[in-house]
Write a protein that binds this ligand. Structure first.
Ligand SMILES: [Zn+2]
Ligand SMILES: [Zn+2]
Length: 146
């Protein structure tokens, strides 16, 4: 199965409150099934929230093909089907911290394009965070995961 794919139809119940603060404003991103609102995601990116401790899946990272991943799920702006991405711990950290390297950004951009999605439709890959060559514009600090 592809490391970056559309979630199966009706497999995801969209409005689950944030697992940390209970905010239920809209359909938030999820890491390993845990729903995180943008504020709690930002705390995580800054290394201030509780680290995420989850067992990894035996799947390949969408960026580096490392075996052992966490599933990142996000709701693209114009699509009703969420996108699932298998990412290793390093690349989950880099994605949440908005500091993927140009190569990693390009890997995700290419795989999104195959699904007819643009990076700007994915909140964490938005053009406010990366320039067109995938250079990180607003990286957040390093943080621990697992
Ligand atoms: Zn929250
Ligand atoms: Zn990786």
């Amino acid at each position: 199965m592809d490391s970056l794919r559309l979630a199966p139809p009706d497999s995801v119940f969209p409005k689950i409150p944030c697992c940390r603060c209970g905010d239920r404003g809209r359909a938030w991103d999820r890491i390993a099934g845990k729903t995180l609102c943008p504020s709690c995601m930002e705390l995580l990116a800054l290394g201030e929230g509780e680290p995420i401790v989850e067992r990894t899946d035996r799947r390949r990272c969408a960026v580096c093909h490392h075996l052992g991943t966490l599933r990142y799920l996000t709701f693209p702006l114009r699509s009703r089907r969420p996108v699932e991405v298998d990412l290793c711990a390093d690349h989950i950290r880099a994605l949440v911290g908005r500091r993927l390297g140009p190569h990693a950004f390009e890997q995700l951009r290419r795989q999104l394009l195959a699904l007819d999605l643009a990076t700007r439709e994915i909140f964490l890959l938005h053009e406010a965070f990366y320039d067109t060559s995938g250079r990180a514009l607003q990286p957040a600090g390093d943080w621990e995961l697992m």
